[in-house]
Design a binder for this molecule. Structure first.
Ligand code: IFM
Length: 425
């Protein structure tokens, strides 16, 4: 096999051949806005920093105020799409009270994206919920789907006629997994969460230690997704509705195929299966998970690791797209809504992304119906407990919030310029 180039210098033909291909970057509201004070995450950060979280989100990247600059940069770099989140906790900071200012804020973002030639891909829920929603039972409360549907109804005003792609819930499988973890912790099942009650700093979680996602949360999330999709489609049938799944690229060693399939179902495939009737599905892939007959296998000893500790495995996205296509079938287009690397060596970001794009192009060549690639992330941001794993194409100074595009941003934006801009859907 030919050695892949370190730097792709033109966009693969597969991307150019697809009319309206979206090529851009992603963020989420809580990770970049700052001061998301009415959210459950803000409350969690108050108690968990110094324990299992390293830092609070604080001002994050101050994108609540600096979003025009963020969008100007993305357009200037050459991208044609931007995935960003709107924050339920800002839109409905108290149960039943809608903030008109928050609606106006997010509406301006949608209009601002369009005005700059960026196709907005809008996420309604990305991990953080209003604190009041969490306090009354979260996703497994009996009326959770109705409350999410009511918020979605409110969000229609933000979307107007300007948004083609809406993601209802980001990584529902991670939401359900975290619910499973919290339950295991609350019930003292520490063996299932990879350690002891008070793990020491150098204690590595045991391979295979993650508990199953909480089944009740999984069911509740599927209900909430369907309820939100029904609201969106009833009001604006032309909106393309989907959700985005964390693809963990489960790879079975010979003889472990059955074990891998059983492992994957509650952690990923049930969520992909639920996307079968949707307008699109989001693939989010970073690394792989190897499974042997006795459970999860660690990354090879000589594997390069990212700042998240994950194996450097750029082919993940191609594998994830192929697997997703197998489960959702040929009628559900795919958007890569996240793919990237936490590194402070921007050359490695370019090398990773070069190979990731090659693996994606190969999957498309083999028939996967991919409509876009949105890199995670546009900005260095709050990685759910720490600012250290830097995923951004654009660096953010933590004191001044000054933005500096990295060489990878210029390189990837340069590839995006290779798209035909006359064919927007
Ligand atoms: O930062 C997260 C994002 O919020 C969800 N997907 C994975 C990213 C990297 O960990």
């Amino acid at each position: 096999m030919a050695t892949p180039p370190d730097h792709l210098d033109a966009l693969p033909e597969e991307f150019r051949a697809r009319p309206g291909f979206l090529f851009g970057a992603s963020t989420s509201a809580h990770q970049i806005e700052g001061n998301n004070v009415s959210s459950d995450w803000w409350v969690l950060e108050r108690t968990a920093v110094g324990g299992f979280l390293e830092a609070p989100s604080g001002d994050a990247a101050d994108s609540f105020h600096r979003w025009p600059e963020d969008m100007d940069l993305l357009t200037g770099l050459g991208f044609n799409a931007y995935r960003f989140g709107i924050e339920w906790a800002r839109i409905e900071p108290e149960e039943g009270r809608v903030s008109r200012a928050a609606i106006a804020h997010y509406r301006a973002m949608v209009v601002g994206a369009r005005a700059r030639g960026l196709t907005p891909v809008v996420t309604l829920h990305h991990f953080s919920s209003p604190y009041w929603f969490a306090a009354r039972g979260g996703w497994t409360a009996p009326d959770a789907a109705d409350l999410f549907a009511r918020y979605t109804e409110t969000a229609l005003e933000v979307l107007g006629d300007d948004v083609d792609y809406v993601a209802t819930i980001n990584e529902p499988n991670m939401v359900a997994l975290i619910a499973g973890l919290s339950k295991a912790f609350a019930e003292g099942r520490f063996d299932e969460i990879g350690g002891t009650e008070h793990p020491s700093d150098d204690e590595e979680p045991a391979a295979g230690a993650l508990p199953e996602p909480d089944a009740a949360t999984t069911e509740a999330l599927i209900r909430a997704h369907r309820a939100a999709a029904a609201v969106l489609k009833a009001a604006r049938p032309e909106i393309r509705v989907g959700w985005t799944v964390a693809n963990q690229v489960f790879q079975a060693e010979p003889g472990a195929e059955g074990a891998a399939a059983a492992y994957a179902w509650p952690r990923e495939d049930v969520f992909l299966d639920a996307a079968r009737g949707d307008d699109w599905v989001g693939v989010q892939a970073y690394t792989r998970t190897r499974i042997g007959p006795d459970g999860l296998l660690p990354a090879p000893e000589d594997a390069e690791r990212t700042l998240k500790g994950w194996e450097f495995y750029p082919d993940a996205v191609g594998h994830a797209v192929r697997h997703t296509a197998e489960i959702v079938g040929p009628d559900v287009p795919i958007l890569v809504t996240e793919n990237g690397i936490a590194t402070d060596d921007d050359e490695r970001r370019i090398a990773y992304t070069t190979q990731a794009l090659a693996s994606l192009a190969a999957a498309m060549r083999d028939g996967a119906d991919v409509h876009g690639y949105l890199h995670w992330s546009a900005l260095d941001n709050y990685e759910w407990g720490s600012f250290r794993p830097t995923f951004g194409l654009i660096a953010v100074d933590p004191d001044t919030f000054a933005r500096t595009p990295k060489p990878s941003a210029h390189w990837l934006g340069g590839l995006a310029r290779g798209l035909d801009r006359t064919d927007r859907p």
